[in-house]
Design a protein around this ligand. Structure first.
Ligand SMILES: [Zn+2]
Ligand SMILES: [Zn+2]
Length: 296
């Protein structure tokens, strides 16, 4: 089991391992800089050294960075495309320096240009990144499935496949499945049959060896609603059974899993405890925690 959450990197990424350990994380996801600003300070040598040291000291396994929500690798607007490309490269450089294994990102949105154009543009942007930085292949690039809000791309496994098929170095890429996004995009994770169908389809379309991580979130919005609203584990429209399955199913239980629920740090500690208990077959009741209103 590698259970974790999206922990704060306030004050610098070197502060995140202790925050993760404090709430019982084996692995952590972070923003390597303020995700709501285009320009971030580069990480300093001191921060890099401290991050590596603190990570070892607190026994944190896998670290995943979540790229900024601002960037859109699917846009055909030249100015926005350049800004997104530069921000993505800066993110890759930060991950490489910090020794972060995975850089997770939302594929992008076509903003009216059409799905085909958007997919071509995303692949072209990613190919340009990889061509410019062949030496940073120690950082795995991770396409995250999305709920399918607006013109966002990557809500279905076939759309992710279409992007992968256009990549020059697909071996540098993995996929992260967000349970709330998959459910909102129309994958019926809430039923036993739907759970089976979903992973069978994933395997057929993408191959289970592409699956490198999971974002564990319940959903505040109904099945196939194509909206992205995370709920506390077991308290949303997906319900607890899917989360029992995720920590027991041989296809998913060994993957790094990151909570992005609105539980906040104290609540994540409870959610992690519950997931560990049900992984061992306990009939544990869901934790009584509050929705902190935190949105990830
Ligand atoms: Zn995400
Ligand atoms: Zn989400």
């Amino acid at each position: 089991m590698q259970l974790g959450a999206h922990v704060s990197a306030a004050g610098g990424p070197q502060n995140s391992p202790a925050r993760g350990r404090q709430i019982g994380c084996d692995c952590i996801q972070v923003f390597t800089r303020n995700q709501r600003q285009w320009q971030g300070k580069p990480v300093t040598d001191t921060e890099v050294a401290a991050f590596r040291e603190n990570r070892a000291e607190h026994g944190i396994g896998v670290v995943m960075s979540h790229a900024s929500y601002l960037l859109n690798l699917g846009t055909i607007d030249p100015e926005k495309a350049e800004k997104s490309f530069n921000a993505f490269v800066e993110e890759l450089v930060r991950c490489h320096r910090l020794g972060v294994e995975w850089l997770n990102f939302h594929p992008g949105a076509h903003t009216g240009a059409g799905e085909q154009t958007g997919i071509d543009q995303i692949a072209a942007s990613l190919n340009a990144v990889c061509r410019a930085h062949p030496d940073k292949d120690d950082v795995g690039l991770v396409l995250e499935n999305v709920a399918g809000q607006g013109t966002t791309l990557g809500r279905s496994f076939t759309e992710l496949r279409a992007i992968l098929d256009r990549l020059e170095t697909p071996e540098r890429f993995g996929v992260c499945v967000d349970t709330a996004h998959a459910f909102a995009a129309g994958y019926p994770l809430h039923t036993e049959a739907g759970w089976e169908e979903t992973w069978a389809e994933f395997d057929q379309v993408l191959g289970l060896d592409r699956l490198v991580a999971l974002h564990l979130n319940d959903s505040k919005v109904p099945f196939a609603s194509r909206k992205d609203r995370h709920a506390l584990i077991g308290r949303g429209e997906i319900g607890p059974d899917a989360f029992r399955r995720v920590v027991t199913d041989a296809r998913t239980r060994a993957l790094p899993m990151f909570l992005e629920t609105p539980a906040g740090p104290a609540g994540w500690a409870e959610e992690i405890r519950w997931l560990r208990a049900v992984a061992e077959g306990a009939d544990a009741p869901l934790p009584e925690i509050q929705d902190s209103g935190v949105k990830l």
